[in-house]
Write a protein that binds this ligand. Structure first.
Ligand code: AMP
Ligand code: MG
Length: 447
């Protein structure tokens, strides 16, 4: 597949469009609420019962008949007989008759007969003294119920009462298909009683790094060895993009081992991402092992010139052949897993992830926005030596308050520290080779 197109140079947008065109959103599934966080709802969710489902108190206080409190003030309090307590969750409710009241707690149903709630702070709390600031805990003072309470201010019908359906009425639309589920949307689903919802699932992204020089962090470095940072970076980046990501430890530069690793991972992958081994070296295993299925391209960008994209056949169902013998039935579609092969230099891998893998993940999720926000900013430094004919992505520190961006580190694609101190990518177009300080540049915001 790589032959014949080897000399063609792809623009960033050609490569991106080619990837996204071949991806479609994952099939929806029913997920538990918390598993659906960040996912796109694919059903309209209606409200089965009104919220709140019953008239209830918005304060801790006394449930009263409003006429009993008319004209009450500090010198002429209304004196009411306390007939019981209504706590949140109470099922059995006392009926409040004339001259009577029941203590009521926030969220408790308004008992029959009562039309309003007097906050406890407007009463003597049954103490026979001055206004109080609260009620004693029922468990500590079981005798507090009963006796009389003095009410120092009048209330009108519905005061401190939440009407049934005042949040949302039964039969209304709670959330429409297409909504991305954040914490408040999950709260609403739970409030209307939904335990599960139909959403597009998070894509499962499997990250495989390659390189015989790679040692996991935490292990001693031998001669010529470096720590594997890419697989950690990309697993984290995929998770941040919304995916469920899995990190596979670095695989040595051996085509057979690498191929076997990729095949082993297909079972749990909606996308495979590899790093390293896509260049023109003698040990570029990804190219060697996947040259049949994956197209390796040269991109007009820096960093990130060598890129691979294609589909790996996840066990084309050979049993379909001759099974049942129904000539009319369409053969089952073979499962094909997209694979993006990124270059090995950490900055190249990261920029490639941002430009190609992140939009791919978001396309599979069916979630907007697919792309990062870009802004125009004033560049605080001179940018020299941007390669002609290639779109350059430099690391920058963008200052939202001033609309300025400071280049961080240089163009070197091994500069992990500079990457860690950047919050944006400065884009230098293909036909631009220099940018003078004070000029406007395009900036991709990374957070
Ligand atoms: P490659 O594309 O495999 O030739 O790798 C290019 C450069 O990136 C080399 O200097 C590698 O040592 C480095 N590199 C490759 N993979 C990783 C990784 N997972 N973590 C850190 N550096 C890497
Ligand atoms: Mg390598």
């Amino acid at each position: 597949m790589s032959s014949g197109t080897a000399d063609r140079v792809w623009s960033v947008s050609e490569h991106l469009d080619n990837i996204l065109r071949q991806l479609k959103p994952l099939e929806p599934i029913e997920l538990q609420l918390l598993d659906a966080q960040g996912c796109v709802l694919v059903e309209d969710v209606m409200v089965p019962v009104a919220l709140p489902p019953f008239e209830n108190s918005s304060m801790d206080g006394y449930a009263v008949r409003t006429t009993d409190t008319q004209g009450a003030d500090a010198s002429h309090p209304a004196v009411l007989t306390v007939i019981g307590d209504v706590a949140a969750g109470s099922g059995e409710l006392p009926t409040v008759g004339p001259g009577q009241t029941a203590r009521i707690m926030t969220g408790a149903p308004l008992p029959p007969g009562a039309e309003a709630v007097v906050p406890v702070e407007w009463t003597d709390g049954g103490t026979g003294g001055a206004p109080v600031v609260g009620m004693p805990a029922a468990s500590r003072s079981p005798d507090a119920v009963g006796g009389e309470v003095r009410v120092y201010r009048p209330v009108g019908p519905g005061d401190h009462v939440r009407a049934r359906g005042s949040d949302v009425a039964a039969g209304e639309l709670a959330l429409s298909a297409g909504t991305v589920l954040g914490p408040p949307q999950i709260a609403l689903l739970a409030a209307v009683g939904r335990a599960t919802v139909r959403v597009r699932p998070r894509p499962r992204v499997v990250v495989v790094s390659t390189g015989s020089e790679l040692v996991p962090p935490g292990e001693e470095l031998g001669p010529g060895r470096i720590h594997d940072s890419n697989s950690y970076m990309l697993t984290a980046a995929a998770r941040e993009a919304g995916a469920q990501s899995y990190r596979v430890g670095a695989v040595a530069d051996d085509a057979e081992t690498f191929r076997a690793t990729v095949e082993d991972q297909l079972i749990r992958a909606d996308i495979l991402v590899t790093t390293g081994g896509v260049s023109v070296g003698a040990y570029d295993v990804v190219k060697e092992a996947l040259g049949e299925e994956i197209e390796f391209r040269k991109l007009a960008m820096q960093p990130g010139k060598p890129q691979g994209f294609g589909f790996i056949d996840a066990g084309a169902r050979s049993e379909a052949e001759g099974d049942g013998g129904d000539a009319e039935a369409a053969p089952p579609e073979p499962e094909r897993t997209p694979l993006l092969a990124l270059p090995g230099n950490p900055v190249s891998a990261y920029v490639s992830f941002e430009l190609f893998v992140r939009p791919a993940i978001r396309t599979l999720m069916g979630v907007e926005p697919v792309f990062r926000t870009t802004v125009r900013a004033v560049c605080e430094g001179d940018l020299t030596s941007s390669p002609k004919g290639r779109r350059q992505f430099l690391r920058g520190r963008y200052h939202p308050a001033t609309g300025r961006v400071t280049p961080v580190g240089g163009a070197g694609s091994h500069l992990v520290k500079a990457l860690a101190h950047a919050n944006s990518l400065i884009v230098v177009p293909e036909d631009t080779t220099e940018v003078a300080a004070g000029s406007e540049v395009e900036v991709v915001l990374l957070d």
